[in-house]
Write a protein that binds this ligand. Structure first.
Ligand code: SPD
Length: 363
């Protein structure tokens, strides 16, 4: 999905920044539904740097643009496992930490976790983090499985007899093979991080079994569809499902959306801000990353997009409704059930791409 926004106005140039800044443009490529209204305008007002903001909804889309070279982007937001292999491919430039004083606000433990992908946090800073779980329409579940049924397991998706009951109201999964195959493998009791072709094929077989009941594979459309009641069960990213819940509440349409991290566990991921090696404006990129790391700006974003952040000093400004929600900031006992991804090697990547095409096309 590609929408192009030119969010900064010429009028904004006049309000701040020196003459040099007035000529500057920053090109940001970020996930859709992932920034608070007003944040980009505030950056432009303060710095005089205009922002071109473009969005995607898959790591594969971002990666294709970066590997092709000359993307023109100054700041991008890959997920950490994808970033790891992109770092190896020379896609990023090291961050100049002397220009990022707001790094002091970041949570040491979470940045240490991100070091598993980027030793020394040389290339990336956590933007937001989350989990990949299940979004559901509470009434649709109660109608089909009874008022007492508690959605707490991947069985609602991966048990063919159960998921078949939701076919009429709409089941969706992410168009993200590196997340869907591990989720299926984990449900089967296999290691979700396994790259053994037999394990991947076992996950694929399960997905093929439930394939007839899936309405679509897409990684952003489910937000509005869950909110409007057009679908009732979605594999989704934590904040996106909470945005759906929020939209339904605002619309007062009677749709009640829930999100769970299933008891069998789920993927925990980190989305990282990084600067491509060939970024046209690395100075503005550093300024932008430092701006985002301001505690009040990060808090504003989390309050808008419902994703957890890794900015410790922002948390006192994040709505309690968000910090206290176990689906957004999971407590320790839930975190113990989360797994993290590791990047696929080239051979596994090719196999996964083939498997995914087979699953999606149903052939
Ligand atoms: N709408 C924002 C979605 C952000 C999702 N990040 C990707 C996580 C991949 N594991």
């Amino acid at each position: 999905m590609h929408k192009r926004y030119l969010l900064a106005t010429v009028a904004a140039f006049a309000t701040a920044g020196g003459a040099a800044a007035q000529d500057q443009t920053l090109n940001v490529f970020n996930w859709s539904d992932y920034i608070a209204e007003g944040v980009l305008d505030q950056f432009t007002e303060e710095t005089g740097i205009a922002v071109n903001y473009d969005v995607y909804d898959s790591n594969e889309t971002l990666e294709a643009r970066l590997l092709a070279g000359n993307s023109g982007f100054d700041v991008v937001v890959p997920t950490s496992d994808f970033m790891q292999r992109q770092i190896a491919a020379g896609v990023y430039q090291p961050l100049d930490k002397s220009r990022l004083p707001n790094l002091e606000h970041m949570d040491d433990d979470l940045m240490a976790a991100a070091e598993n992908y980027d030793p020394g946090n040389e290339y990336g800073v956590i933007y937001m983090w989350g989990t990949t779980g299940l979004g559901y329409n509470a009434d649709a579940v109660a109608e089909r499985l009874g008022e007492d049924y508690e959605v707490d397991s991947w069985e609602i998706l991966f048990d063919p007899e159960i998921v078949s009951q939701f076919e009429d109201c709409g089941v969706t999964v992410l168009d993200a093979p590196s997340e869907m195959l591990p989720a299926a493998m984990n449900y089967l009791g296999l290691d979700p991080r396994s790259t053994d072709p037999d394990d991947l094929e076992a996950g694929a077989a399960l997905l093929e079994e439930i394939r007839p009941h899936i309405r679509y594979f897409h990684s952003s459309q489910y937000i509005s569809d869950l909110a409007n009641g057009n679908v009732c069960l979605s594999v989704g990213w934590s904040g996106d499902v909470f945005q759906a819940r929020d939209r339904a509440a605002e619309a007062e349409n009677g749709v009640e959306v829930g999100y769970i991290i299933p008891e069998e566990g789920a993927l925990q991921w980190f989305d990282m801000m990084g600067i491509p090696a060939d970024a046209p404006n690395p100075d503005a990129a550093h300024e932008f990353i430092n701006f985002i790391m301001r505690p009040e700006i990060t808090a504003e974003i989390t309050n808008y997009v419902w994703y957890a952040n890794a900015n410790e000093d922002s948390l006192s400004m994040v709505d309690e409704e968000i910090t206290s929600d176990p689906g957004i900031f999971p407590p320790e006992e839930v975190r113990a059930r989360l797994w993290t991804a590791q990047p696929y090697d080239v051979r596994t990547d090719r196999l996964v791409t083939r498997i995914w095409t087979r699953i999606k096309t149903g052939q």
